[in-house]
Design a protein around this ligand. Sequence first.
Ligand SMILES: [Zn+2]
Ligand SMILES: [Zn+2]
Length: 739
Amino acid sequence: MRPVPVVTLPDGSQKTVAAGTTLQAIAESIGKRLAQAAIACRLDGTIVDLTTPLAEKTEPHTLQILTDKDQDALEVLRHSCAHVMARAVVRLFPGTQLAFGPPIENGFYYDIDSPTPIREEDFPRIEAEMAKIVAMAEPFERFERTVPQGRELVAGMGQQYKIEHIDEELHRFGSLSFYRQGEFIDLCRGPHIPHAGRIGAFKILSIAGAYWKNDSNRKQLQRLYATAFFTQKDLDEHIKRMEEAKKRDHRLLGKQLALFTISQQVGPGLILWMPRGALVRGILENFIKDELLRLGYLPVYTPNIGKLELYRTSGHFPYYRDSQFPPLYQHPAAQALDLIQHRLVAGELTLEKEQEMEKFLAQASLSIPGYLEAKTQAEKLALVDDFGRDLIAKFQVVVHGYDSAKDRAGRARALLTWLENQEGYLLKPMNCPHHIQIYKAEPRSYRDLPLRLAEFGTVYRYEQTGELSGMTRVRGFTQDDAHLFMTPEQVEDELHKNIELVLFVLKTLGLNDYRVRIGLRAKNSDKYVGSNEDWDTAEASLIKVVKALDMRYTAEEGEAAFYGPKIDFVVRDCIGREWQLGTVQLDYNLPKRFDLEYAGSDNQSHRPVMIHRAPFGSMERFMGILIEHFAGAFPFWLAPEQARILPVSDKFNDYAKSVEARLREHGFRIAGDYSSDKVGAKIRQASLDKIPFMLVVGDKEQQAGGVAVRHRVKGDQGMITVDALIAQMEQNVKTRALD
Ligand SMILES: [Zn+2]
Ligand SMILES: [Zn+2]
């Protein structure tokens, strides 16, 4: 007997249907309203079209009908709108070649190659053409072809990129799927909305250059960015949020307010803190340092590099090799052989790995003869292999087992053994190994624990160039790091204190909307270090602490690190964007790898547990988030320039300077505007510079020994004496007032 398909719906109920019944028909059998609202379905975990017929299956299918309430449905809508946009572009720009058009966060794009390049001025008429297509509400119809038939179809349409894509990748599949909408046919996996009329609102946002398949060796195309929503209201809100986000962009404000800069001569992703930014950072650091001292942390300083051996022990090298700056080997040939080794073990390479490797070679100024011209993987690997052999001969390096190795993999292994014995240094990717050495510098007893070592420690990671962004994605950054060494019994208490500290700091900065993610281990997996009892206790403690503090949280199984469970902090800023801050992580692994111990009350040797915590992740990232959160207008206690004196004319410059000196004596960060500008212009400039207090002085103020206070937000506050002003400012700093 042929199996009859059964579907299980989200409410747990089951339905038996005839094989071949479409999901749309199932939706209709559930209810008319649901069928009308349906956009797509999640069938056995995959998003599919409503027109999909249900296949025969012994096990019940799971089915969820997606409506405009589901984020996944929004993605289907956006991808469908990408087809509509491409269709409009092809109509207006005949001969346009289409590449890829996926949905992305907040929208979608389509990569195109048009005979006449598209400009921003063209957006309105493309949008008008799209509106026509949407109004027609034609269905998206899926059909399949064999690879040769499908290839013929796109060849007939003259779509060169689609042909290349079939020849390079899709030919491996048995068949190709297409979607037709009116006269427009696109090679596509889907899924799509039932018809274009479901697109409630859309907008073309920008146009940029992009390479075919994101490969800089291939043709440059144009990437047309746009977004779409189910309703006009959603689109309007989104555009408002985008405008607000643009005004708050820390990269623009950082430049405008002279907080930080990035110099290509120093290096991409390396932040140069300018005096104003450095002042804010210093105040933040002192604020945190004071809290840490109060909580019993001990400050340490450690160097920015460490021996390779240290990171081999910790496991940070070569495990994270790809995300680190290349190591500084002592042996002149080691750098090159490291790359060769890396290349040889890689064997079969994906396109992504291949690009990564080419960047590494370029970075090390290494050129392997013939490599760039080589066509196949096998050719490339053979060239690398030959190059390695030449290097070994040239530097007369003795690599045991290299000559006797039977194949490439054997030579890679021999090289690895040789490399593992090479001395060298690595830019510090993590602070932990250094702090561990401080722990080990003295014998420790249970009486010394917990030992809390804190450092604003600078670390380096080699992020891909394309991933770098302002202060939030960088290659060198300073973590607000600390490592806590404790007995297993102390874990809960330490976690509690850690979270309280984070909450205190977030509250102080007005970041009141936050949640935590608890990463737990996957049940029945053997990839974790540490005993089951320890894990159970630690996980229970984490949940208990978070619950006790009444925080919003989600607990996610399988999200723990292999060495311990963790908590991630996620903050929502005032325009609703979420930022992941740092983590608090328990660690059973490093104490073992470094053989850490303490003498217990039983006089026996025990292994401590470690906590790594960098609640803000890094000062760079945190600063970037704060700039956006405050839109550059730092509260008085953090502002790099707290007040600016604005004499109404140069007759009052002397008096203004005397006020400036007095405020400075009280420890405030003050400047004066002694330019020949009118006072109105001075006020405008001070507002642009987001100075909390503007202090206007003229005849009346000089007579009275006062200043006229103009507050950045509250406006005119009238005249007060300098003494009263100082008292008010001191109060502001003391309470860390946010306005
Ligand atoms: Zn599509
Ligand atoms: Zn650490």
